[in-house]
Write a protein that binds this ligand. Structure first.
Ligand code: UD1
Length: 377
């Protein structure tokens, strides 16, 4: 079975890593090509993840870089099409919900090539999120849909997707987490930032709805600065966020040379250091999707600074709380955790580090049937 696997942006790398590793265990069965679209390109946003997660160098690099949504999506499609025409795979496998995901899925679907979507069915029901548009469209042109949680299956069935094309396999992002736990334990990152286990908070923010809106962003930073008076906070900053801090001259929210009250900002960190920081944090503030899942598995209280989540099982079963973006609510939620009232939770079903194995077993089992779906629908 000839499969072209696609990765483009930081969260994609964490998801594609375990899948490619499993494919490589069955070279007689799978002929794999790994394509990097180049949506993320900095060493900190891309190269570091390939190195740490042991992902082989991409066979093809499309080098698209940053641009508006339309330009970036179009450019990926334009550069991806000749790769498919040359390789003629049976399937293109895409992960997650970034622009690279929809661009490559659509290119394949238009050429009559099967599409496999890993992490299908998640829905925030908020079409203002660019990722929500990517998710819905990708799912509807996919032939095989692998879901991470029960809500994914429900959403897809509700949208009219045939049940036999949906497979509940668990979460490949958690496969990566399991694989890197030991490496994380060796990390010296807490010492590097002068942090003690359980006595700091960790922040990530990069959603346009939070960091591209100066008033919302300012309110969140005010809340975080207030919390940092009681709990040291570390903020590894996404380039989009860093750019906006500069443009809107928000440096005053951050501690300058350590020691001072304030939020400690730093460059984006690699996977292993970030995992170690999450694992020992008293709480995590985030607007990321994947971090809601990782904190659930690590049992660390997660404050999601958004109005919704496409990953409801992290709230229903895990440690996640949808706090919103109102400064008073953020401060109050952190106060509850500091008072020992943080959420505890359990592990969602099949988040056991074996999701990629299940995907590969399903692909091996009935390759012919997967192809037939396409013709019959
Ligand atoms: C993208 C994804 C988002 C994902 C996030 C993870 C879409 C629509 N969004 O958002 O779902 O959660 O990645 O990080 O696909 N930049 C760099 N270096 C890089 C990459 C980006 O400096 O290696 C800067 C550029 O100024 C760029 C900006 O970051 O314009 C935003 O990058 P982009 O890929 O457009 O969106 P993200 O916000 O990263």
């Amino acid at each position: 079975m000839k499969i072209v696997c696609v990765a483009g942006a930081r969260p994609n790398f964490v998801k594609i890593g375990p899948i490619v590793a499993e494919f490589r265990k069955a070279p007689d069965f799978f002929d794999i090509t790994l394509v990097h679209t180049g949506q993320h390109y900095d060493q900190a946003m891309s190269g570091a993840f390939f190195d740490e997660l042991g992902i082989p160098s991409p066979d093809v690099h499309l080098e698209v870089g940053s641009a508006s949504h339309a330009l970036q999506t179009a450019e990926i499609m334009k550069r991806f099409e000749p790769v498919l025409l040359e390789r003629r795979p049976d399937f293109v496998l895409v992960v997650g919900d970034v622009n690279s995901t929809i661009a490559c899925a659509l290119t394949a679907a238009k050429l009559g090539i099967g599409v496999i979507h890993v992490e299908a069915g998640l829905r925030s029901f908020d079409r203002e999120m660019p990722e929500e548009v990517n998710r819905v469209l990708t799912d509807h042109i996919s032939d095989l849909l692998f879901v991470t949680e029960e809500s994914g299956r429900r959403n897809l069935i509700h949208e009219g997707i045939a049940e036999e094309r949906i497979h509940f396999v668990g979460n490949v992002m958690i496969d990566s987490l399991h694989r890197q736990m030991e490496a994380a334990a060796q990390s010296r990152v807490l010492e590097r930032f002068g942090l003690a286990p359980g006595q700091y908070g960790l922040i990530t923010l990069h959603r346009p709805s939070n960091v591209d809106e100066p008033e919302v962003f300012r309110g969140i930073l005010e809340a975080l600065r207030k919390i940092s008076e009681e709990l040291p906070l570390l903020f590894p900053m996404h380039p989009r966020t860093r750019n906006n801090v500069k443009v809107w001259q928000m440096d005053g929210f951050f501690a300058r040379n350590g020691g001072e009250v304030g939020v400690q900002a730093t460059e984006p960190l690699g996977y292993v250091d970030f995992l170690q920081l999450m694992r020992h944090a008293r709480m995590v503030f985030t607007d990321s999707g994947g971090i809601q899942e990782e904190t659930t598995v690590l049992g660390v209280p997660c404050m999601t600074l958004r109005l919704n989540t496409e990953r409801p099982c992290t709230v229903e079963m895990g440690t996640n709380r949808i706090v919103g973006v109102c400064p008073e609510d953020i401060v109050a939620a952190a106060g509850e955790v500091l008072a020992g009232k943080g959420r505890t939770g359990g592990l969602p079903p099949l988040w056991d580090g074996k999701a990629a194995e299940r995907i590969i077993e399903i692909l091996k089992a009935e390759p012919q049937r997967h192809r037939e779906h396409r013709k019959n629908d």
